[in-house]
Design a protein around this ligand. Structure first.
Ligand SMILES: Cc1cc2nc3c(=O)[nH]c(=O)nc-3n(C[C@H](O)[C@H](O)[C@H](O)COP(=O)(O)OP(=O)(O)OC[C@H]3O[C@@H](n4cnc5c(N)ncnc54)[C@H](O)[C@@H]3O)c2cc1C
Length: 475
């Protein structure tokens, strides 16, 4: 085997595999090394996202939502079913099949684009005009050389010393995507995106779910009007027990369950559950790269230090995705991968970090792009806001999902859109229009003057833009 490449990519998650494909498309001889394994222990491309993240969680969210709808959502349509059953094994099999198809799809794309895939763990031996990497797996040890290296080693769940994951009673995201039976009582540490999404899955399937969050504020990163609507819907209507301002201290795990010891303003308390999901955040997966030995800098939390173009202190070593600063999102990783590949090929692409959308796939969904209202206030920026509730949207009413709203925030003087925040049906799709509008520096007036089809959910965005101009039509 010829071990000389133009580009070596470390990691085949949505950052690395996209970077590798684009490099190959641009005529660069590219190898992508990935240490990922699927639940059967076989090498599997796609990283966290495809194997234990975005894709399997969305598969289970979809299945569990069907189940919830079957139980609670059909009667108002005049439909009834008796004997609705849950076959969890089959639901999990469907999820695994989707994961296999997706990871197999990356293997196909690598072959199609002539990216060489190597299964194993990579670490730096040296960085110079050409970089030397060592690749190790259980069967072999190899060395290769590349002119450029793109580090896309992703992230792993943040371990909590007091709550060690055993994969059985105490699990991280991977374990919570594969419970073989519905827990009676599921405890979740962390009311972030992962805790809320996976907590929702098991709540819909019948578990009593209690989520412990250390912060006093719910969804601090989201617009707080959206967060407070979400909190109301999740707790009052869906029965998620979300406890804020809780310090989780310790646990005792036995054969039958887990006892969590925690503290609130009221003092020390205990909570018994049969499974505990630790979802307190994620940390960069950079420990195995031999970074410091070759002069690559990591910050105190382990993120590889890069500039705004994803370049390390070495002109020929880049890092992208979850292992560098910025939001830990698959599409952010992919955008950076694309941009870095093109920079290596001599092009000058830019990633616009101001227009990266964020989505939480609960029901209703939450999505946003740009500045929150609280951030604008804190910055002393003069803005106008328009809010339109799905209650007044015909399509949402027809769907039977008329909860939530769309909010448009626009600069008071220029009318330029500064942020769009949504909670409601299918807003994960709706937010794309707001992203495009902001990418083209649209004003609220631009959105207000664009024809939106009727009856569609997109009319809620249209109306929110009209509302920001003080002239909503339907409320
Ligand atoms: C439950 C869950 C749900 C999520 N849902 C969403 C969602 O809906 N939308 C969204 O945008 N994001 C979501 N995310 C986040 C998303 O998965 C990550 O942001 C994304 O996967 C980051 O991509 P990446 O390429 O940087 O890294 P990763 O996907 O983590 O991939 C890194 C790869 O590098 C490999 N690797 C690491 N070190 C080495 C080494 N030394 N040698 C070789 N290989 C190595 C790893 O094995 C892995 O395969 C979710 C995450 C979780 C856990």
């Amino acid at each position: 085997m010829n071990n000389n490449y133009d580009v070596a990519v470390i990691g085949a998650g949505p950052g690395g595999y996209v970077a590798a494909i684009r490099c190959a498309q641009l005529g660069l001889k590219t190898v992508c090394i990935d240490a990922g394994r699927n639940s059967r222990g076989d090498p599997a491309l796609g990283g966290t996202c495809l194997n234990v993240g975005c894709i399997p969680s969305k598969a289970l969210l979809e299945s569990s939502e069907h189940y919830a709808h079957l139980q609670h959502g059909l009667a108002e349509h005049g439909l009834g079913v008796s004997g609705a059953t849950l076959d969890l094994a089959r639901m999990l099999k469907r999820k695994d099949k989707i994961v296999d198809k997706s990871t197999g799809g990356i293997a196909f794309l690598f072959r199609k684009n002539k990216v060489e895939a190597r299964a194993g763990s990579a670490r730096f031996l040296s960085i110079g005009e050409r970089c030397r990497l060592e690749v190790v797996n259980e069967a072999m040890r190899d060395e290769l050389e590349a002119r450029y290296v793109i580090i896309a080693s992703g992230s792993v769940p943040m371990p909590l010393a007091a709550f060690p994951v055993d994969g059985e009673r105490v699990v991280d995201n991977a374990g919570a995507l594969s419970f073989r039976e519905v827990p009676k009582r599921l405890g979740v540490l962390g009311a972030g995106v992962i805790g809320l999404e996976l907590g929702s899955v098991w709540r819909r399937l019948g578990a009593e779910v209690t989520i412990f969050e250390a912060r006093d504020q719910f969804l601090a990163m989201a617009d707080q009007q959206v967060a407070s609507e979400a909190f109301k819907l999740f707790t009052k209507e869906q029965g998620l027990d979300i406890r804020l301002g809780v310090k989780s201290k310790a646990m005792r795990a036995g054969k039958d369950g887990v006892t969590v010891e925690y503290e609130t303003a009221q003092g020390a308390q205990q909570y018994d559950c049969d499974r505990l999901l630790v979802a307190a955040g994620r940390v960069p997966n950079t420990a195995g790269l031999n970074a410091e030995a070759v002069g690559l800098k990591r910050d105190a939390r382990g993120f590889i230090e890069v500039d705004d173009r994803c370049r390390t202190a070495f002109a020929n070593v880049y890092a992208i995705g979850d292992c560098v600063r910025g939001p830990m999102l698959a599409h952010k990783a992919s955008e950076e991968g694309l941009a870095v590949a093109e920079r290596i090929a001599g092009q000058q692409p830019e990633v616009n970090y101001a227009t990266i959308p964020a989505i939480i796939y609960t029901a209703p969904e939450i999505a946003w792009v740009g500045e929150t209202e609280q951030a604008l206030k804190a910055a002393g920026r003069a803005y106008r806001k328009g809010v339109f509730w799905f209650m007044a949207n015909g399509r949402a009413q027809a769907l039977g999902e008329a909860k939530g709203f769309v909010k448009v925030l626009a600069d008071d003087r220029s009318d330029r859109i500064l942020g769009v925040h949504m909670i409601g049906p299918r807003v994960s799709e709706l937010v794309a229009e707001a992203v495009v509008a902001m990418e083209f520096a649209a004003a609220a007036e631009d959105l207000a003057r664009i024809c939106h089809a009727h009856p569609t959910l997109s009319e809620a965005l249209h109306e929110a833009a009209l509302a920001a101009l003080g002239r909503p039509l339907h409320q």
